[in-house]
Each structure stands twice: as structure tokens, then as C-alpha cells.
Design a protein around this ligand. Structure first.
Ligand code: 13P
Length: 283
């Protein structure tokens, strides 16, 4: 059941009305914890790494580890390249066996985003991989470097991108932000509802950390089928490392296990909210 195309996971989520969690990872402990969570919940999973994090987790090392972990899993796992910025690096991910890639052209004028997304779609098609694109910019930053201002997605552009490219998923900006929210989270659900009436393409919610269960579930009712969680997993692993390091006697292997376990707990919590628990065996 192991390494699968993201397209099939999202297609199964649609009629059943749940979202598949897409969890970012940075090392082996996080990969192990994330996969173990999905297996414990019998949930489908999207395992992802963002291009902006490759300085810490080189693609040539973490990519094969993610693909191998997905192949060995007892639940269906899609391996996804998050926030791809250029065609060359996306090509490297595809060559390593990623079954899904994101091209983030959301900072570009719409016509350029469309052209770049088409180029990536053609490339991904040669590998049989799925493609996620983005319309509208999220606040915050997916790599701590380039913090962007927020630009809400225009549902008409979501339609134009879907029709002009045939991508498998589209990320929208509805007031969500990468990293920790400063102040109250205010999501514009009406943008999802309008986009949903215009396209059948599964919608993606980035910036999951800090959004509460009720808002996640409302997004899912509005057609979101993939939800990205990064910061919450990083904080869980880091917090476990801090707590463990305060103990009088520490060893590396227990520290490693503590980070994997903390990642696992965070992922389980989100899988339950997203409604994908128990859905692996239907896949
Ligand atoms: P958070 O870090 O806010 O969870 O966002 C994750 C994300 O959207 C990765 O693309």
C-alpha cells in the first residue's frame, strides 16, 4: 500500500469529506514519527519537505529517506516537494521518486504563475507525479527568510489556474500564514466557498500551525483536502529535545526517540482533527 500518488489520496478524501494531512519533516526522527503516527491512526499521509529547508536537510539525503520510509509504510503515503521555487530543483525531486511536487509561483504576476505552473505540470506528467500550485500569497514565511505580506486569493484566478493547467491541487490564501500567528486567526471561508463553486480541483490550506479544530473542520467542509503542518511538528520535536536535555543522564538514542515520539503525537492530534483516521484501509 506504501508509496502512492497524491492525486489518488485527494480523490479518496473528496467524497468522504476529510482532508489528508501534509506534514513537513527535516530529519530521520521526524520522518519516523510522522509515518508511525499515520500507521497508528490507519490514515493516509502526505510526507513533505520544503525547498526553503534544503540547506538544513539536503534533498539528495532526505529525499531518498522519505521515499524509502513511504515504501516501507503500512499505510498509503505520498512524498511531496513543498514550495518548489524552480524547475531544476523540482526535477531533482521527481528524479528521486517524489510522487507530488508544488510549484509556488504565487509571488509572480498571474500570467507568469500560469506559465511556470504549466511548465512544471508538463515535467511532472513525464514522471506520473501530481502537481500543487498556489494563487495568492500567504503571510509569514515557510523558511524564516523571506517573510511576505498576505494577498488573499481571487477565486477567479483559482479557476483560471485550474482550467489553464489541469493541476491536482491549488493552495489558497484566505488569511492563513506560515509559522506562528501574530494575534487572532481570521480566515475568510467565503473565498474557499466561492472557489469551490468554480472548480472541482482539491483546495489546499497552508500555514496549519495555530489554526483551531473548528476552523480546520470548517475549511474541510468548504473543500480543503490537503492541510499543511510544519511549525507544530518542528516545535514538538524541539520541545522534546529541550525537556530531555534537562535530565541528569542523557544519551543520543533516547533523545532521538523523544524527538520521534513528540513528532508522532503532534501528527496524531492533527490526523484526528482532519478526519482521515481509519481511512488508510479504504485506499
Ligand atoms: P505552518 O508552519 O504554519 O504549519 O505551515 C506549514 C506549511 O504551510 C508548509 O508549506
Amino acid at each position: 500500500m506504501p508509496l502512492v500518488n497524491m492525486r489518488s489520496l485527494l480523490a479518496q478524501a473528496e467524497p468522504a469529506g476529510y482532508a489528508v494531512g501534509a506534514f513537513n519533516v527535516a530529519n530521520m526522527e521526524m520522518i519516523l514519527g510522522t509515518i508511525r503516527a499515520a500507521e497508528a491512526c490507519r490514515s493516509p499521509l502526505i510526507l513533505q519537505v520544503a525547498q526553503g529547508r534544503l540547506a538544513h536537510s539536503p534533498l539528495a539525503l532526505i529525499g531518498p529517506m522519505m521515499v524509502a520510509a513511504a515504501r516501507a509504510a503500512s499505510v498509503p503515503v505520498a512524498v511531496h516537494f513543498d514550495h518548489g521555487r524552480d524547475v531544476e530543483t523540482i526535477g531533482q525531486a521527481l528524479a528521486l521518486g517524489f510522487t507530488s511536487v508544488m510549484i509556488d509561483g504565487s509571488h509572480l504576476p498571474f500570467e507568469e504563475n500560469l506559465a511556470l505552473t504549466r511548465q512544471v505540470k508538463r515535467l511532472a506528467d513525464t514522471h506520473g507525479a501530481a502537481v500543487e500550485a498556489e494563487v495568492g500569497q500567504l503571510g509569514g514565511s515557510e523558511d524564516d527568510e523571506e517573510a511576505r505580506g498576505m494577498l488573499h486569493s481571487d477565486p477567479e484566478e483559482v479557476r483560471a489556474l485550474a482550467e489553464g493547467t489541469g493541476v491536482d491541487a491549488i493552495a489558497m490564501s484566505i488569511g492563513n500564514a506560515h509559522g506562528l500567528y501574530k494575534g487572532e486567526v481570521r480566515l475568510r471561508f467565503s473565498l474557499l466557498e466561492t472557489a469551490r463553486r468554480l472548480v472541482s480541483t482539491p483546495l489546499v490550506l497552508h500555514g496549519g500551525t495555530g489554526i483551531d479544530a473548528a476552523d480546520f473542520q470548517r475549511c474541510i467542509r468548504c473543500g480543503v483536502r490537503k492541510i499543511n503542518i510544519a511549525t507544530a511538528s518542528f516545535l514538538a520535536a524541539e520541545g522534546a529535545a529541550r525537556t530531555y536535555a534537562e535530565q541528569p543522564a542523557c544519551d543520543w538514542f533516547r533523545l532521538s526517540a523523544a524527538m520521534a515520539d513528540a513528532t508522532r503525537s503532534n501528527v496524531i492530534e492533527h490526523i484526528r482533527i482532519f478526519g482521515s483516521e481509519g481511512k488508510a484501509d479504504a485506499s
